[in-house]
Design a binder for this molecule. Sequence first.
Ligand code: MN
Length: 216
Amino acid sequence: MTEDLAELKKLEHQTAPFALPELPYAYDALAPHISKDTLEFHHRKHHAAYVEKLNKLVAESEYAKKNLKDIIIETAESAKDKKIFNNAAQVWNHEFFWFSMRADGGGKPTGKIADMINDAFGSYDDFCTKFVDKGVEQFGSGWVWLIADKDKGLAIKTTGNADLLMASGEKALLTADLWEHAYYLDYQNRRKDFLVTFLKHLANWDFAEKNLSRRS
Ligand code: MN
């Protein structure tokens, strides 16, 4: 198993106290598309805060000895455990987002994922338009995902706030963070510019393709 998928699995199997996963690249690795400031705040303040809050919330709960993935799945439909779900899901979402990007990424993919994109969306350009439009249309905070549906091939979906697709049986391949903290320092309110840049310069297609064969 490659390092990124192994790291993701390691996080899913971790139990409290959870540790903030390290970024898979340096804070300035994605500049100028995502600045060092943005990445540093995002990882060391936002991602770290979800980890800290989750540790506090699960410490005295029935989830104290459960792993991250089980916590997410078991709290997903529970109103009482909504805070635990939100923080646990955000811990996973951010790790998935870090791996969804790389220095010198983006542009048109090749190989199997390229064929699947053409099958599902007609062309890479049509995929880009749809991914950006969906992300812009998402009201408020959330995530835009490229997913693989077992029967129907690739699709684009958005989720609000901390929600994710883990419990639905749809496999995440790639995601972009739509929370303002992900782009505001660099793009202010221009979420569209951020998403266009994500696809053009950052998207990690190797990671997306590897996720096709990941066991959920
Ligand atoms: Mn975020």
